[in-house]
Design a protein around this ligand. Structure first.
Ligand code: CMP
Length: 140
């Protein structure tokens, strides 16, 4: 395991609902470090590029409309086993199935508008981090 990096996104619903600080508080409270952070308002094409693996899924158009509907906060999180730990803190994709006390159980409105994104594996983490940050923008 050891120290890992993962990409975290507070989605447009999280920014609109004012839970950016609460999401960050939960990461920091779990001993996870923020190695990079920025706000960005994705163009539709940029949201499609980020979610390219989901192209062809029935929710792709709606998901990329949503992800380009307002600013997001993109972060690189760093820590021991942080990919899995972040996913635990976020809870299941569908908030109805997310464990009590997770970010999605507490704040998400639907399976699509689910407040946060987190990379699901080391390879996707590397690709997703590279989509938003250069190595020079990431502190260690
Ligand atoms: P995320 O973890 O960012 O990964 C892909 C996203 O697609 C997911 O969170 C949701 O926002 C969205 N998503 C996944 N499954 C569905 C679904 N069945 N219906 C609508 N949106 C979905």
């Amino acid at each position: 395991m050891g120290t890992e990096r993962t990409l975290s996104i507070v989605k447009p619903d999280g920014v609109r609902n004012g839970v950016v600080g609460e999401v960050i508080r939960r990461f920091e409270g779990a001993g996870i470090s923020i190695a990079a952070i920025r706000m960005i308002h994705l163009a539709k094409k940029e949201a499609e590029g980020f979610y390219a693996v989901h192209r062809g899924r029935p929710f792709f158009a709606s998901l990329t409309d949503f992800m380009s509907s307002g600013p997001i906060v993109v972060m690189v999180l760093e820590g021991d086993d942080v990919i899995a730990r972040n996913r635990k803190i976020m809870g299941a994709t569908d908030p109805a199935k997310a464990d009590k006390g997770t970010i999605r159980a507490d704040f998400a409105g639907s399976i699509e508008q689910n407040i946060v994104h987190g990379s699901d594996a080391p390879e996707t983490a590397a690709t997703e981090i590279r989509y938003f940050f250069s190595e020079l923008e990431i502190v260690s």
